[in-house]
Design a binder for this molecule. Structure first.
Ligand code: CO8
Length: 263
């Protein structure tokens, strides 16, 4: 594993030991508060992993106490309007949504404000029983700035999103699962293992098909149903240009396990 200033990186994977990348937020003294240099480092690392042909899935996690307690309030405290607008503060957060490979968030403990938004920017959220999600910006006299009013509303609906954004109240793991924010809940010491297992399961699939599937699901948030269905059908058709599609169907017909080669 490799330790950067704010992140710890490692690789795993049952078939290819480099196919699953683990990115751990490592700023324990500030409960992984997402300061600007941390987000810059995260962006660089995720882009590198996205470009690495060995990597087929990425897991993003924090500690057992905190996934991330939000944007760095101490950093933001002194900012003025002209400063945030001139430097387009937090605009680089949008880059994370452009990663083409699946990113799984393994969330234990606090996922607050920017921490909840970062988890929601990921493709799948696994949560530990101690996970606490919230958009507490309103208590700081501000509002969410990286998806807390947008992604959250699309996921949990208006009433719960309004409640969370207008009160800052914590939502626990079970409630988050019921609301569809989280796909599964685990004991705290199992969350990361389960997320890595999920990533490894995905990593057994064909990389170009993984990318097409993620892109197609994400289209559901961006377009009308008719346009999305057209996009999906065209993407489905395009898999017929892949050797892995031939292999997958041939393996099924011949009652053997498919062996994908990412092409
Ligand atoms: N920013 C900076 N430092 C933080 C943050 C934070 N968000 N959260 C915790 N810390 C620091 C604390 O200041 C403390 O530092 P120190 O030891 O130097 O005093 C250390 O982490 C430990 O924290 P606590 O002592 O408070 O630990 P507790 O266990 O008592 O409480 C809580 C944990 C409940 C998580 C508490 O720390 C808390 O309420 N934190 C703030 C949560 C919050 O309001 N988050 C939202 C931030 S605003 C935001 O995310 C805006 C998003 C805008 C778009 C995205 C842009 C990035």
């Amino acid at each position: 594993s490799k330790t950067l200033e704010y992140l710890i990186l490692s690789r795993t994977g049952s078939t290819n030991p480099r196919s699953v990348a683990l990115v751990q937020l490592n700023r324990p003294k500030a409960l992984n508060a997402l300061c600007d240099p941390l987000m810059a480092e995260l962006n660089v690392v995720l882009k590198e992993l996205d470009a690495d042909p060995d990597v087929k899935a990425i897991v993003l996690t924090g500690s057992e106490k905190a996934f991330a307690a939000g944007a760095d309030i101490k950093e933001m405290q002194a900012f003025s309007y002209d400063q945030v607008i001139n430097r387009n503060f937090i605009a680089n957060w949008a880059d994370i949504a452009k990663i083409r490979k699946p990113v799984i968030a393994a969330v234990n403990g606090f996922a607050l404000g920017g921490g909840c938004e970062l988890a929601m920017t990921c493709d799948i959220i696994y949560a530990g029983e101690n996970a606490k999600f919230a958009q507490p910006e309103i208590k700081l006299g501000t509002i969410a700035g990286a998806g807390g009013t947008q992604r959250l509303t699309r996921v949990v609906g208006k009433s719960k999103s309004m409640e969370m954004n207008l009160t800052g109240d914590f939502v626990g793991a079970k409630e988050a699962e019921q609301a569809g924010l989280v796909s599964k809940v685990f004991p705290v010491d199992k969350t990361l293992d389960e997320a890595l297992k999920l990533a490894d399961k995905i990593a057994q699939m064909s990389l170009p098909v993984i990318i097409l599937a993620k892109e197609a699901v994400n289209k559901a948030y961006e377009t009308t149903l008719t346009t999305g269905l057209d996009f999906e059908r065209r993407s489905f058709h395009s898999t017929f240009g892949l050797a892995d599609r031939t292999e997958g169907m041939t393996a099924f017909v011949n009652k053997r396990v498919a062996k994908f080669e990412d092409k």
